[in-house]
Design a binder for this molecule. Structure first.
Ligand SMILES: [Zn+2]
Length: 110
């Protein structure tokens, strides 16, 4: 569970397993459960949308592409300093949690 809180929106991550293995992207959403995230351009799904009426709006038919959530254990954070997938450590500095790269010791949070 500790790992789940270490990834934040806006982080660059690398996909470590599954269909998009090796892909790199930005975290655009973290699901409320914090065990799944949505990464830009990763795990693209297509949904066929029929024309529907909802609340007075008409949604046009077509194919909608969207990024499906992936489990957080399948990604690794990319350190902005050494530019490699890394493990993140957390330490307390002045009473605040601070994330750091276990490879180069760079502070990841601003
Ligand atoms: Zn680093």
């Amino acid at each position: 569970m500790a790992q789940t809180l270490r990834i934040k929106r806006g982080d660059q991550v690398k996909i470590m397993s599954g269909r998009d293995k090796g892909t790199q992207g930005e975290v655009i959403r973290i699901l409320p459960t914090k065990t799944k995230i949505v990464v830009q351009g990763v795990n693209i799904r297509k949904k066929h949308q029929r024309q529907v009426q909802s609340g007075g709006r008409t949604m046009n038919p077509g194919i909608i592409q969207f990024e499906a959530p992936i489990h957080i254990s399948n990604v690794s954070l990319i350190c902005p300093k050494c530019n490699q997938p890394t493990r993140i450590g957390v330490r307390r500095v002045d009473g605040k949690a601070q994330r750091y790269c276990k490879k180069c010791d760079a502070v990841i949070d601003s």
